[in-house]
Design a binder for this molecule. Structure first.
Ligand code: SF4
Length: 347
């Protein structure tokens, strides 16, 4: 079994942007802006699909207009089932790309095409393909947080909600795995399944900031709180969890567990949906960089923060920021995604 990171492929240094400062809107301005967006959505026959990590106003607007608020897999499924001509994807770029891969006939627009992800940026297609070529005996499994080109090189795509089941299945068939890009999620899956996994050395800049020692202190202050952790977090945080799971699993835990308090180690954009589903529960953000917290370690993804009502309106008005994927790449990428969807449907 190999838990070591890959032998240093050419991984770029990731430039983490500052959080954008959106102009404050009072209630009247916000209502007027939402009305304009609704009118343009009707004209375009558009539907809004938003991730749990984006701004609460966007999540609310998605629900008010018949769209959906979900994790990346459900966002893609919803888009595929929708009869809308245009999918407005509020999230990060790989989510828009996945929507386009599954819905090539639809127009996919995003508020900001520069909204990427440290996992996606840290796994460029060229070096990743070379890495795969060096290990032809391994089944290539990639996380959803990757570019269309990386998915096109993979045998399977997985989301955090189904990664354990798929890796268990492959392990039971005797397959050795090349895993990319998130090393923390990979280590968690490896520990739970015992599979032979060779890891790419990527990480989420948001989840990697959660600190085990600071979490221990916070738990002592809230001994009755349940600890909910997304598996993109480091091992010392995962090891303290009452529940480790995808965003959807963590929301369900808040609804279903009897605890009144929850310490949550994932992007705090999820609090809007958690509070909506369980209004009487108290949510506490897990500590990030402790005493030395910076803008980059505030438990909110700077790329997700690039989505706002203001640039959504602009995109609808001007029709720019459309996702395009070369057809040969799309056809190869759809195979890895479809394999996961078929596996999910067969269970
Ligand atoms: S929270 Fe992490 S994994 Fe999610 S989009 Fe941001 S950088 Fe990527």
């Amino acid at each position: 079994m190999s838990a070591d990171p890959a032998k240093k492929p050419d991984i770029p240094v990731i430039q983490v942007p500052r959080h954008p400062q959106w102009p404050h809107l009072d209630a009247r301005e916000k209502a007027a802006l939402k009305d304009r967006i609704r009118a343009m959505m009707r004209e375009r026959n558009a539907v809004l699909v938003a991730h749990y990590y984006v701004d609460a106003d966007l999540q609310a607007l998605a629900e008010e207009t018949g769209g959906c608020v979900a994790d990346s897999l459900e966002m893609a499924r919803f888009g595929a089932a929708s009869e809308a001509d245009t999918l407005l994807v509020c999230g990060v770029r790989f989510m828009g790309e996945t929507a386009k891969i599954l819905n090539p006939e639809k127009t996919v627009l995003m508020p900001d095409l520069a909204a990427t992800c440290s996992l996606d940026e840290g796994c460029p297609a060229g070096p990743f393909s070379d890495f795969c070529d060096q290990h032809p005996d391994r089944t290539v499994v990639v996380y959803a947080n990757t570019s269309a080109e990386v998915k096109a090189r993979a045998d399977w795509m997985v989301t955090s909600g189904i990664a354990l089941d798929i890796v268990r299945h492959l392990h039971a068939r005797g397959e050795k795995i090349l895993w990319a890009p998130d090393k923390h999620l990979g280590h968690y899956v490896q520990r739970m399944t015992g599979a032979d996994m060779l890891m790419w050395d990527g990480a989420c800049v948001v989840h990697e900031e959660f600190k085990g020692f600071a979490l221990e202190r916070l738990r002592r202050l809230h001994p009755d709180a349940a600890v909910l952790v997304h598996p993109e977090s480091p091992d010392e945080v995962v090891d303290q969890a009452d529940v480790v799971g995808s965003t959807t699993a963590l929301i369900q835990a808040v609804q279903q567990m009897p605890n009144e308090e929850f310490i949550v180690a994932t992007d705090d954009g999820i609090f809007w949906k958690m509070q909506q589903m369980a209004p009487n529960k108290r949510l506490i953000s897990a500590p990030t960089a402790g005493e030395g917290a910076t803008c980059e370690s505030c438990a909110h993804c700077p790329w997700m923060a690039m989505n706002a009502l203001q640039n959504l309106e602009q995109v609808l008005r001007e029709g720019h920021n459309e996702i395009h994927i070369e057809e040969s790449v799309r056809q190869r990428a759809v195979g890895a995604i479809q394999r996961m969807l078929d596996f999910a449907a067969s269970r």
